[in-house]
Design a protein. Structure first.
Length: 278
């Protein structure tokens, strides 16, 4: 499969909290309109930067299918707790729709995705926009997402590498602030609190069986399926959170990337698809 070289640019948009940086990756030699991908970086809601998109699954998909990727420099929890990050991601998402022509993307072919906390924000954003009557993504790709602020059977007493119970508690406490442990955490902060999963975009994800987020990832996908949403999760062996990034050379990581590529291609296929490969 052909891969496109990607060029990077920086944009700034106005939000309710001030200016926010967007890192935009676009394929050389393609003018569009092209598929769009809003890719949200991970880091436990408290770490990371938009530039991480250059090493993400979002960039991989864009380089293979000729898509434009937008990554927001959302406010981290140490700067401002919930709902700051969600509001910033929503502003970036709305910017993609409102400025589709200038970005060279198609409004009907926008995917929302991210890794870890970025996956949690992607899922929260889908719920948030649905409830507000906003634009709907064509696909959501919340990879090993951070969805549940309470311990699950796999995030409790977890000593996995990269992310574990101790770090998970730290991340949620930073993000939720005074809401942490209150029992009144909104669904837009912790999407596992949602009870109505109908009307959400199709979903694909994957996760390791020994990492903290396995249970909440599978519960999210199961709830989507029960609500009639096309959703699928693949499970790989291991206890390394973000295994596709930190153990990218392994057999499972290669398999995960191949399957993600196939699922994205299937979701983008159809009469209305404007991607070069369709």
């Amino acid at each position: 499969m052909k891969r496109y070289r990607m060029k990077s640019e920086t944009r700034y948009i106005s939000t309710a909290a001030g200016k926010m940086k967007l890192v935009v990756l676009r394929p050389f030699g393609l003018n569009g309109p092209l598929p769009g991908i809003l890719w949200i970086h991970g880091g436990g809601y408290a770490l990371g930067a938009a530039g991480m998109v250059r090493f993400s699954a979002g960039k991989m998909l864009a380089s293979r299918f000729g898509a434009v990727v937008v990554s927001p420099e959302y406010r981290l929890a140490g700067q401002a707790p919930y709902p700051a990050a969600l509001e910033d991601c929503s502003a970036a998402f709305r910017h993609m729709f409102d400025n589709a022509e200038g970005l060279g993307i198609r409004r009907d072919m926008i995917t929302v995705g991210g890794e870890s906390a970025g996956g949690g924000l992607a899922a929260a954003l889908c719920i948030y926009e649905r409830d507000r009557g906003g634009p709907a993504p064509r696909l959501q790709l919340p990879l090993y997402p951070m969805l549940d602020c309470e311990d699950t059977e796999t995030s409790r007493d977890n000593h996995g590498r990269i992310w574990n119970t101790k770090r998970n508690h730290w991340g949620w406490s930073k993000y939720l602030g005074e809401l942490y442990g209150s029992g009144s955490v909104p669904k837009y902060a912790s999407p596992s609190r949602e009870t109505d999963f109908s009307g959400l975009p199709p979903c694909y994800t994957y996760v390791c069986d020994g990492e903290p987020f396995r249970a909440e990832t599978l519960a999210y996908v199961d709830n989507l399926k029960k609500a009639g949403v096309n959703a699928k999760a693949d499970i790989y062996r291991g206890n390394v959170h973000a295994f596709d990034r930190f153990c990218f050379w392994t057999k499972d990581a290669r398999a995960a990337r191949r399957t993600l590529t196939r699922e994205y291609e299937t979701a983008m296929a159809g009469e209305e698809c404007g991607a070069p490969q369709c």
